[in-house]
Design a protein around this ligand. Sequence first.
Ligand code: FNR
Length: 366
Amino acid sequence: MTSVAARPLCVADLEQAARAVLPGPVWDFVAGGSGTESALAENRRALDAIALVPRVGTGIASADTGTGLLGVPSAMPVAVAPMAYHQMLHPDGELATARAARAAGVPLVVSVLSGLPLADVAAVGADVWLQLYWLRDEGRLDEILGIAAAAGYSGVMVTADTPVMARRLRDLRNGFTLPPGIGPVNLSSSSGPVPQGRAGVSALAEHTAAAFSPSFSWALLEQLCGRTSLPVAIKGVLDPRDARAAVAAGARTVVVSNHGGRQFDGAVAAVTALPEVVEEVGDEAEVLLDSGIRSGLDVLRALALGASGVLLGRPALWGLAAGGAPGVERVLGLLRTELSEAMLLAGAADVTAAARLRTRIRGYDR
Ligand code: FNR
């Protein structure tokens, strides 16, 4: 690892290492949320409030973190979340993240806003899914679906919580735009390049508005399921009624997420919304959680509340900034070590046993 802290012991160590090497506006783009950042803070508060009731006397001597996730085998119930433009964090960009996911044995969801061609990222050989925003250019949407299928993507994840990119005040203050040489290479030229940065404007938000349709609907999701033979996941669901609609439209995986606090600032914490979604569709669909996951203990919390696994967002980018592919691998390795230890201490031999653990909300008697 190049500039990563010599011996990072937890994700926060890599967060600090990333902060030390990143230009301020890039750090802000990754770390920040929308509005007053209340949804961002709420994700952590809600996760920290979940206490687990450990089992003892189980006779287990170790825990097996292995599972199936997004239709593929995974070394642990963690996949890397879709995130735009990894080259902002490290010159190797998505290729480095894909190498780390492959080495760690976990799936990677590649954003349609990858700065590198989708086929090149798939060629690394990790288990990859493609994340889509609903493109205004439907012809390009079909082309991308074709590219994903031909390149060996295992599925398509549609993000539903971004009719517009929410106002992210850090980016507005920084007049944030992409560094030179990085751009949306997988989109058609009709949406244009990302504009120059100007004070008070987020060029990324402007580009998003030009490229993506604000009117995504369940009818469109149903249409999409007919346009690709790949399995379809929906990301950004918080209300169980929407989870029901997504499954009725053909989604096989539902990602409970508030976009890491980057979209609706008034949103409930994703983990708070999780149990109701599991209750509604958990028998018919795979339910995953993202937003605020920072440790193996958080993964165990999600499993105990009924998720089949989690998506990991910012920590993967911190690892990337701190040390390229080995940095991301380090983050994933830490999570696996922490999860395995937490499972053993909680008396859960495997992910099935983890799902049977009981939880309490700290401060509330039940
Ligand atoms: C994101 N996220 C995101 N989501 C998505 O569907 N498509 C995308 O292109 C992006 N881009 C993106 C960029 C950056 C810098 C971040 C931090 C996040 C959201 C992401 O998939 C995930 O929902 C959150 O990051 C999860 O929260 P945590 O783990 O970051 O707290």
